[in-house]
Design a binder for this molecule. Structure first.
Ligand SMILES: [Zn+2]
Length: 407
């Protein structure tokens, strides 16, 4: 088998595993307003826990050992989710949502009432969760600020997030320049490009991970590079929602640390970093008409050490080295689609899929062996996810229908 450092997924929505397949073939704003927000606005804490368990089961079974959850709203039940991360044995950073305004991108995209939270409560909850959970599970669990994207916070609130993170010595993650509407919004509201604005409120630094960055300009990338911030590239999500193609090779040339992310159940629609690696590589080759960009080595670095660097964990994980934590995976090579093994790295990036991962160690502990996850009860989670997913859809009043007639 092939031994690798555990994969690091730097943009995950745990709560979206339960709404996989509920919002397909539509663009981001409609996707959010008419499907994702109403569904998530009807979550109960138990839905949040089951969704997180389902998501972690999928991540472990496809080789991810560390993840960054980007927006945990209170109604998903932070404590239940954090407890399930602890039980799963995974290394997880949980970012509690901080928001102050109910919008996104445009003034008319108003969130579902079930998703709206008050700024003061959000800030207090981050501190409470940080105090209770940060460092638990022998340091596997961390708590960050999950700032809502432009239109969801006032300038003042962004400044409070930046100073809060400074004070606690923790990180911040935020969606940035995902769609063109984000750029138009920043220019209209602030007369600036999104990264220029977010820099002005103090939110560009080595402890910040920006999700997507599809529409970042060279000027903005230079700001990010200079201040040591990272971008979590989510190619499948950007393609499926038709958000655009991030200029990843150019960003890297500008000195930005770029890692990979699977995003969520209705946007990807899976949490398989091995599939994401291939997508990330092929997308840039096709865009630039250049087969030399995004080679297998670069892609694997994005999925491991660049991810570790984005999370400030480069001295602990992201490569197999003496002195680092033992987060490792074993990938089966004796499969028809992985033979011959002349170039194991090529096979991994261009031919493998998540289900080829056989064994996973996290923090020296065997979390999966021979594809059996030891820390989570797979059959119970699958049953509950199926039941709760259907009930949630019913409660939200959303119908998912095939475009084909039923006969
Ligand atoms: Zn996202």
């Amino acid at each position: 088998m092939l031994v690798l450092p555990g994969l690091v997924d730097t943009h995950v929505h745990l709560a979206q595993a339960l709404i996989r397949g509920c919002a397909d073939d539509t663009s981001l704003i409609d996707w959010l307003q008419n499907f994702v927000w109403p569904l998530q606005g009807n979550f109960e804490a138990e839905d949040g826990k089951v969704s997180a368990e389902l998501c972690m089961l999928e991540m472990i079974k496809s080789g991810t050992t560390t993840f960054l959850e980007s927006l945990l709203h209170s109604r998903y039940g932070f404590d239940g989710v954090a407890q399930s991360v602890d039980d799963s044995g995974m290394r997880g950073i949980l970012s509690k949502t901080v928001m102050g305004l109910p919008g996104y991108g445009t003034k008319d995209s108003i969130m579902h009432p079930g998703m709206i939270e008050q700024a003061e409560t959000c800030l207090r909850e981050v501190e409470d969760h940080f105090e209770h959970w940060n460092g638990r599970g022998s340091g596997r669990i961390r708590v960050w600020y999950g700032a809502r994207s432009l239109g969801g916070c006032t300038s003042e609130l962004y400044k409070q997030i930046a100073s809060g993170a400074q004070r606690l010595g923790t990180g911040v993650t935020i969606h940035l320049s995902e769609v063109q509407e984000d750029v138009r919004f920043a220019q209209r509201e602030y007369g600036k490009l999104p990264a220029e604005f977010i820099d002005e409120v103090g939110l560009v630094g080595p402890n910040v991970v920006f999700a997507h960055g599809v529409w970042l300009t060279e000027k903005e990338c230079r700001i990010l590079a200079m201040k040591g911030a990272s971008v979590a590239h989510c190619p499948s999500s950007n393609m499926k929602l038709a958000s655009g193609i991030a200029k990843v090779p150019e960003m890297m040339k500008d000195g930005v640390n770029v890692s990979l992310g699977c995003d969520g159940g209705p946007s990807n629609n899976c949490y398989d970093m091995i599939r994401e690696m291939k997508t990330a590589s092929l997308l840039q080759k096709a865009r630039l008409l250049d087969p030399l960009v995004m080679n297998a080595e670069t892609i694997l670095e994005m999925a491991t050490i660049n991810g570790a660097r984005a999370l400030g964990l480069q001295n602990e994980i992201g490569s197999i080295q003496v002195g680092k934590r033992a987060d490792m995976i074993l990938v089966r090579l004796r499969e028809p689609h992985l033979m011959p093994t002349i170039s194991p790295l090529s096979n991994l990036v261009y031919a493998a899929e998540g289900s080829d991962v056989d064994t996973a160690f996290i923090d020296g502990k065997i979390v999966m062996e021979n594809r059996v996850v030891k820390t989570l009860d797979e059959s119970r989670i699958l049953r509950q996810a199926s039941e709760r997913g259907e009930k949630l859809l019913e409660r939200s009043g959303i119908r998912v229908e095939s475009k084909w007639p039923k006969i």
